[in-house]
Design a protein around this ligand. Structure first.
Ligand code: ASP
Ligand code: MG
Length: 468
């Protein structure tokens, strides 16, 4: 059956001429099976990092280092164009826009060097250049294989607000633009090769969706096009039950629900940008995660409901480098508004909270933030609660550093009695001290905070539960 597919390739999948060739082979095979394919691509691996590092160098006036970055970027793209063995006119068609983007990089960096600072808007203009180069390489590789393919900048499709570096898509405008720009191409069997990661405001100013945001682009475009499926090609076989560097015997999951996927992504499984499932979930579009370098592997399918025969637990993840911030005092008992003020103070520092737990005695509130934000957060809280501290309604505010959040994910957690018992039993039997816990009533996960030194052991012993 012919399907409309959005196929997204990550940075390593377009990281060299060989990889680009493999990605192009995958798309051509799908086309020849009769599918209509829209491609979304990341920048070549390492390019976004290099561009943003270059911007920082420009700001601090390190022009030698910046010249080195420019050279590396130029060589990387020229080498790929060379190794794709394109016809002369095709190679010229690819290198011309790439050289234009590199010149733009230089101009933008010169401007930053003069200003001595980089706004989020300027960082997006620079960060977006990687995808604006890679589309030309991938489109040319497709054409070299006989497909009709055109590079397309997502600024003409994905409309966003103006939250630079973490822009939010405006879905109705995006759907209209996708319809008018992409549908006519798909109808004629032409493959649009679209920049991931980027969008534009209503004034046409380039934004980015946040680091790793090309996955999100794939899902946004999939939703806008009413795609039958969104396929995310990466360099692993799919979503794994745990980090293979920590646990032996991890497996690739065949299937996951959207909710399980977002918990796993949020809690540190790096395979998908955490926001990716949102547009797919709204439209009920299945996401398939597959390996560009192992094309025959079926990968992991993410969809609304997974079958009953499914295993209870899906994965164990760890978010490292966290600090546990505690606000403690008997005077907090029954006083409304303490939590609101506390989280307001945290929000004003621009820090996001990764987990919250409050004992029902109301004598303490604990939450987790990334370790590098901990002292700023504690200072902000001490300032906002200075009167309560003086009156000893709040006794102390402090952070416990070197802790890790371990999360066990599984859709059945909330409805299956005894799972929490088994989780705590497993860590207890291993002699691991649990510092704090959180399990939301609607969530399909249980999170425990342990000392960093116990993290790997916790992941391993909880991973043993996955087979039950
Ligand atoms: N190139 C962007 C990044 O490295 C987006 C992506 O690859 O998903 O963050
Ligand atoms: Mg990625």
């Amino acid at each position: 059956m012919s399907q409309r597919l959005v196929v997204k390739f990550g940075g390593t999948s377009v990281g060299s001429a060989t990889a680009i060739g493999q990605a192009a082979d995958i798309v051509c095979a799908l086309q020849s099976e009769g599918h209509r394919v829209a491609v979304v691509t990341s920048a070549m691996s390492g390019v976004t990092d290099a561009l943003l590092a270059g911007a920082v160098m420009a700001v601090s006036g390190r022009s030698d280092a910046l010249a080195g970055v420019s050279d590396t970027l130029r060589t990387k793209h020229e080498t790929a164009a060379e190794e794709l063995r394109l016809a002369d006119d095709e190679r010229a068609a690819v290198l011309e826009p790439i050289h234009a983007r590199l010149a733009e990089f230089q101009l933008l960096c010169d401007a930053l060097a003069v200003l001595g600072e980089a706004s989020p808007r300027a960082m997006d203009a620079i960060g977006a250049l990687g995808e604006r180069m890679s589309i030309h390489l991938l489109a040319a590789a497709l054409r070299a294989r006989g497909a009709e393919a055109v590079p397309i900048e997502a600024s003409s499709i994905v409309r966003t607000d103006s939250t630079f570096q973490s822009a939010v898509p405006v879905m109705d405008v995006t759907a209209r633009q996708a319809e008018s720009v992409l549908m006519p191409l798909l109808a004629r069997g032409i493959v649009p090769v679209i920049t991931g990661f980027i969008g534009a405001t209503s004034d046409g100013v380039i934004t980015t969706l946040g680091r790793g945001g090309s996955d999100y682009s794939g899902a946004i475009i999939g939703a806008a096009l009413h795609a039958d499926e969104v396929w995310i090609y990466t360099d692993v076989d799919g979503v794994m039950t745990a980090d293979p560097r920590v646990v032996q015997g991890v497996r690739t999951l065949d299937m996951l629900s959207y909710r399980e996927m977002s918990e796993l992504a949020y809690f540190g499984a790096k395979v998908l940008h955490p926001k990716t499932v949102l547009p797919a979930l709204e439209r009920g579009i299945p996401i398939r995660i597959r390996n560009t370098f192992n094309a025959s592997h079926p990968g992991t399918l993410v969809l609304g409901k997974v079958g009953d025969g499914d295993r209870l637990l899906k994965g164990v993840t760890a978010i490292r480098a966290q600090s546990l911030v505690t606000i403690e005092g008997r005077g907090m008992l029954g006083v409304p508004g303490i939590a609101a003020r506390a989280f307001g103070a945290v929000a004003r520092t621009g820090t996001s909270v990764s987990m919250i737990s409050q004992a029902s005695s109301e004598q303490s509130i604990c939450f987790l933030v990334s370790a590098d934000a901990a002292s700023t957060v504690v200072d902000a809280l001490k300032h906002d609660f200075r009167h309560e501290l003086e009156r000893h309604d709040i006794e102390s505010i402090w952070s416990l550093d070197h802790v890790v959040i371990i999360t066990v994910v599984g859709g059945a957690i909330q409805e299956t009695p005894g799972i929490a018992g088994r989780v705590f039993g497993a860590v207890g039997d291993a002699g691991i001290n649990v510092i704090a816990i959180a399990m939301g009533s609607s969530e399909c996960s249980i999170s425990l905070v342990v000392a960093a030194a116990d993290a790997d052991r916790s992941v391993r012993c909880l991973h043993d539960l996955i087979d039950i």
